[in-house]
Every structure is written in structure tokens, then in C-alpha cells.
Design a protein around this ligand. Structure first.
Ligand code: SF4
Length: 79
């Protein structure tokens, strides 16, 4: 039995030393980022590939560029 090719998970890293709790990422990708209180950011470090667009918007929206997005560990031909 073969399984269909699954889209790769993404890898999200937030530099919490840079994060200032502006919450722009939470508006851009609420499924992946949430702010608890005013400065505790929770995020999904391995969101599914279909969330790439929203995550990329979050990366662009972050005023302090604290978010980085990478392809999954097997990524060999990222554009
Ligand atoms: S947008 Fe940037 S600074 Fe604001 S909560 Fe998200 S990661 Fe932190």
C-alpha cells in the first residue's frame, strides 16, 4: 500500500528575543500564531505546507523581522 505524497511541513522559527508582541503575525496567520497576554507568543513550529501563504504574510508583516520560514528538513530544491 502506497501513501500519496504528502506536502512537506514547513519550519517556522521565531526569534523571541526580537519579538515585541506586535501581533501582526497573529492577524496574518491566526492558525499558526497566537499571542497570550501582551507578549507571550505561541506558534506552530511545523505548520502544514498549505499554510505557506499565510505564514509568508506573517513573515512580511512582522515589524521586527522576528519570523523565519524554511521548508521542511528534506527540502532540496526550494525556489
Ligand atoms: S509580528 Fe513579530 S513582533 Fe509581532 S508578535 Fe509576531 S513575531 Fe512578535
Amino acid at each position: 500500500m502506497t501513501s500519496p505524497a504528502e506536502p512537506e511541513a514547513l519550519r517556522v522559527v521565531v526569534d523571541l528575543n526580537r519579538c515585541q508582541g506586535y501581533a501582526q503575525c497573529c492577524y496574518a496567520a491566526p492558525e499558526a500564531f497566537s499571542l497570550h497576554g501582551h507578549e507571550i507568543l505561541f506558534y506552530d513550529p511545523a505548520p502544514p505546507a498549505e499554510r505557506r501563504g499565510a505564514i509568508e504574510r506573517a513573515v512580511q508583516a512582522c515589524p521586527v523581522r522576528a519570523i523565519s520560514l524554511q521548508a521542511g528538513p528534506d527540502d532540496g530544491d526550494a525556489p
